[in-house]
Design a binder for this molecule. Structure first.
Ligand SMILES: Cc1cc2nc3c(=O)[nH]c(=O)nc-3n(C[C@H](O)[C@H](O)[C@H](O)COP(=O)(O)O)c2cc1C
Length: 366
């Protein structure tokens, strides 16, 4: 199947995207003391040169003492870190690309480093990292207010630095997702409760504050997932009605696009339909949606951490869904991490030059 559908331009809230491919956010851990290096800037620039329509940065921490759980993950506050991000966006713009930072707070997912600790206690809704694992106290009202403000300040800084959009990381069992999930949020105040829309309030408040900080025109994306790194089988929303009650308020609060993280994009979300997560999110909210998960590769990304290799895979099923209008944009992770020219090769039909994905690519900034 020709990949024409991938190369149709798309107007995303005034951003003229020349095609439908977004670079998925991927932590690289190569920004010592939270400051992106010139190599990091050039790494993103190569994806812009590779014709990627919109680049989402690796997760980058807003200004809370334990937003990051690794010192080599970039921060998104402070003079030095922000100056480095300015270099990144200038490089990407010089190559004709567009880019959004992904604002990421790890919440109760604590560091694996033995030689380093964050500057303050870990934030989390209830001091629970996964069901049955209590490690401390939940956030106070003041912590929550400050975290909301920290996201909004980072979004305002992103706009001021010249970024084209911003993405909030609300997926994969990190802070915002820890609020969504009843397994990690047992609060009985305004930010918790038995119903998903109650637990979505933290995300909605961040979105409102972010929207107020960046104004009505600046594109705001939120990434969400049903699955958690703590438990792949979790489904926050087990019916379309529950999904609408979860995501609708996020769109009302200011999200322009929902980035629907799946490990395999072709997996149907609910019985009785082949629509995937991004398909349902678009149908239920009318927002722009982004799909993701093993595009162009045979294996999924968690297994690749363990060393599983992936081969190039057909795009036919993805194109069928894109043609049908299920979602608007397609995020590609490892295929673009491995090969900055992946999209050019797809466009030009150079299929024999597509590369396998090998874990060794994660260690470099090629
Ligand atoms: C090395 C690596 C780092 C990642 N870091 C992040 C991250 O910082 N934020 C995030 O939302 N997802 C992260 N992900 C998940 C990707 O954004 C993407 O959802 C996942 O890799 C599936 O896409 P793929 O199959 O095309 O690789 C990461 C994935 C990889 C492989």
């Amino acid at each position: 199947m020709a990949a024409d559908a991938l190369f149709r331009p798309f107007d995303f809230k005034g951003l003229k995207l020349p095609n439908r491919v977004v670079m998925a956010p991927m932590t690289r851990g190569q920004s010592p003391a939270g400051v992106a290096t010139p190599e990091v800037a050039r790494y993103y620039r190569r994806r812009a040169e590779g014709q990627v329509a919109l680049i989402l940065s690796e997760g980058t921490g807003p200004e809370r003492p334990a937003a990051r759980n690794d010192p080599d993950v970039p921060a998104f506050h402070g003079e030095e870190s922000l100056a480095a991000w300015k270099t990144v966006i200038e490089e990407v713009h010089a190559a004709g690309g567009l880019m959004a930072p992904q604002l990421w707070h790890v919440g109760g997912i604590r560091t694996r480093r033995e030689d380093w600790a964050p500057q303050g206690p870990y934030d989390s809704p209830s001091g629970i990292s996964r069901p049955g694992h209590k490690f401390g106290d939940g956030m106070s009202d003041a912590d929550i207010a400050d975290a909301i403000d920290a996201f909004a300040r980072a979004a305002r800084d992103a706009k001021q630095l010249g970024f084209d959009a911003v993405e909030l990381h609300g997926a994969h069992g990190y802070l915002i997702d820890q609020f969504f999930w009843e397994g990690t949020n047992v609060r009985d105040d305004l930010f918790g409760g038995p119903e998903l829309p109650q637990r979505a309030r933290f995300a909605a408040e961040i979105l409102k504050a972010t929207r107020a900080a960046v104004g009505p025109e600046f594109p705001v994306i939120i990434r969400v997932s049903q699955w958690k790194q703590q438990d792949f089988t979790v489904k926050l929303a087990d019916t379309p009605q529950a999904m609408e009650a979860w995501l609708g308020p996020l769109v009302e609060a200011g999200a322009d696009a929902i980035h629907c993280s799946q490990r395999r994009f072709w997996e149907p979300e609910f019985e009785g339909s082949d629509l995937n997560f991004a398909g349902w999110a678009k149908k239920l909210t009318g927002a722009v949606t982004i799909t993701v998960g093993s595009v162009g590769l045979t294996g999924e990304f968690i297994a690749s951490y363990g060393g599983e290799k992936s081969k190039p895979a057909s795009l036919d099923e993805l194109l069928r869904r894109l043609e049908r209008g299920d979602f608007d944009l397609v995020a590609v992770g490892r295929a673009l991490l491995q090969d900055p020219e992946w999209l050019i090769k797809i466009r030009d039909g150079r299929d024999d030059e597509l590369m396998d994905f090998d874990r060794s690519a994660m260690a470099t900034l090629n």
